[in-house]
Design a protein around this ligand. Structure first.
Ligand code: ATP
Ligand code: MG
Length: 495
């Protein structure tokens, strides 16, 4: 009866009516709307325009509210109404998002129908405090030997991937996703400002490798609105938080934050905020650190979930001293530096082991791996130095120098890896075990390649329990080492 009365009076609310504030659009400048009214809204709140498009309150002038349009601003015009329900931006999250492609507002983009959410989470969330976190103690297996052995990454760590264009940054990140298969780590790949075809390639690789089932793709590609591109990494972090706060592990890749910084610069300049260094606004540091702080490893009372971040930053001509790159280096726990010269020489993944660091990951490394990793980096760097010297003077090398060169060449052959073929930790340990015994030093490139491909299978045939024991104990016990030595002996007797 009440509803009928309401309709009769031309009112549209039913008995469950909602409170909202109504304002008016004063002007539309590309993707920014200036609105009048809305006296109670605060920064970070969500508003809705009369055509259903959403907006994010990002600032104020004395009279107007500055709203970033999260979608197309084409149909918005001065005089239109804008509604504020006093809500902060909350979006749907949940496990049903796995295997799907969504935009920054968590709306499906893959034509596979609606996604049933488990919950709604705020996009801009306060990060867990220091007391809610614990030190890292689990390793995140990336499937890339140079990383897992020398620059290990722990769950909950923030590791920057930095390098010039086309140096294999995305490939290493995607390989890390592929190698989470069967390891109960959910992945989120967030694409910012890249082309649609870039994104499609990645989706295809993930699908081929069976990695899409545990991955969410957040698409903030270049053809989406500026507002959506700005929001994309926060949405990705939020989708990861669902897993972290429910006691699971998540890996989030931001590809890439350079473009995110460009987008934010565009927004700030349009808002008339003063440009600072490299024309970026002063608060770009805050914008990125607020994001990076959301990674972490929670204490057991909170479920011991973790969220690992791989932000990617593109630089020019190997110069890491730019504003955005130095900022992000300072707010992450280490960086992988990708080098164009190494890439061109065929040393791929082109990670420069001299310039790359991981500040906390070694605490969580498998003891079996840690035993090798100390000497590996040293031997490799010494080899590089020696190589430079011998280019000047190739004759009359001492015996030790020659041995060093041979060892270095064997290490190089182990570190070279094909794209999208991540190597499991057990296999990596077997390789390094053989390397340490010196049996790879006199092999040719082809022989090492064959060894890399076949040795694990041989061990599995002969001593199947070693491999599972290695994964369980994460340690090279005396018995395992002894059995492995025998397997090696047999392998080299056969070939
Ligand atoms: P962009 O600057 O475009 O984002 P990027 O640094 O992310 O580039 P990728 O797109 O990962 O680089 O790789 C660049 C090219 O190098 C691709 O064609 C890729 O297939 C190739 N590539 C990357 N890693 C390897 C590898 N380990 N072995 C062989 N080819 C590789
Ligand atoms: Mg890339």
């Amino acid at each position: 009866m009440e509803e009928v009365n309401n309709k009769r009076q031309g009112l549209e609310f039913s008995s469950a009516f909602e409170v909202r504030e109504v304002g008016k659009i004063k002007s539309v400048q590309k993707f920014i709307v200036l609105a009048l009214g809305l006296p109670s809204c605060v920064s970070g709140q969500m508003v809705e325009f009369s055509n259903g498009v959403k907006g994010l309150v990002i600032g104020f002038t004395e009279e107007e509210v500055q709203i970033l349009v999260l979608g197309s601003a084409v149909d918005l015009k001065a005089g239109d109404e804008v509604y504020n329900k006093g809500e902060f931006l909350k979006l749907p999250v949940g496990k049903n998002f796995l295997g799907r492609i969504v935009n920054s507002l968590c709306e499906p983009q893959d034509g596979k129908g609606p996604i049933e959410p488990d919950d709604f989470y705020p996009v801009f969330r306060d990060v867990p405090g220091v007391m809610d976190r614990i030190p890292v103690d689990q390793t995140l297996e990336t499937g890339t030997l140079s990383i897992d052995a020398i620059i290990p990454i722990a769950k909950g760590q923030r590791q920057l991937l930095i390098g010039d264009r086309l140096t294999g940054k995305t490939t290493v990140a995607v390989d890390a996703i592929i190698s989470q298969k069967g390891k109960d780590v959910n992945c989120i790949y967030c694409c910012i400002g890249k082309t649609y075809s870039n994104l499609l390639k990645i989706v295809d690789i993930l699908r081929d490798k069976g990695a899409l089932d545990y991955t969410i793709i957040v698409s903030g590609i270049a053809s989406t609105s500026v507002g959506e591109q700005y929001l994309a990494p926060y949405t990705a972090a939020m989708l990861g938080e669902y897993f972290m706060y429910n006691g699971k592990d998540a890996l989030v890749i931001f590809d890439d934050l350079t473009r995110h910084a460009w987008v934010y610069r565009q927004i700030s300049l349009l808002l008339g905020r003063a440009p600072g260094r490299e024309a970026y606004p002063g608060d770009i540091f805050y914008i990125h650190s607020q994001l990076m702080e959301r990674a972490g490893y929670l204490k057991p009372e909170l479920g011991k979930g973790s969220m690992t971040f791989f932000p990617i930053v593109e630089i020019q001509q190997g110069d890491v001293t730019g504003y955005i790159s130095t900022n992000i280096i300072s707010m992450t726990d280490g960086q992988l530096y990708f080098s164009t010269p190494l890439f061109n020489k065929g040393f791929r993944p082109a990670i420069d082991l001299g310039l790359s660091v991981s500040r906390i990951g070694s605490k969580a490394q498998w003891p079996a791996m840690r035993a090798f990793s100390r000497t590996l980096r040293l031997e490799y760097l010494q080899y590089k130095e020696l190589l430079q010297m011998t280019q000047l003077r190739a004759t009359g090398l001492s015996k030790e120098a020659e041995a060093s060169l041979k060892r270095g060449e064997a290490i190089t052959q182990l570190l070279i890896q094909d794209k999208n073929q991540p190597v499991e930790m057990e296999r990596q340990i077997l390789w390094l075990f053989a390397l340490n015994l010196g049996v790879l030093d006199n092999l040719s490139v082809a022989e090492i390649k064959k060894f890399k491909e076949t040795f694990l299978e041989k061990v599995k045939e002969q001593e199947p329990e070693i491999i599972s024991e290695l994964r369980e104990r994460k340690e090279l016990t005396k018995e395992i080492a002894e059995k492995l030595r025998k397997c090696l002996q047999r392998y080299f007797e056969e070939v």
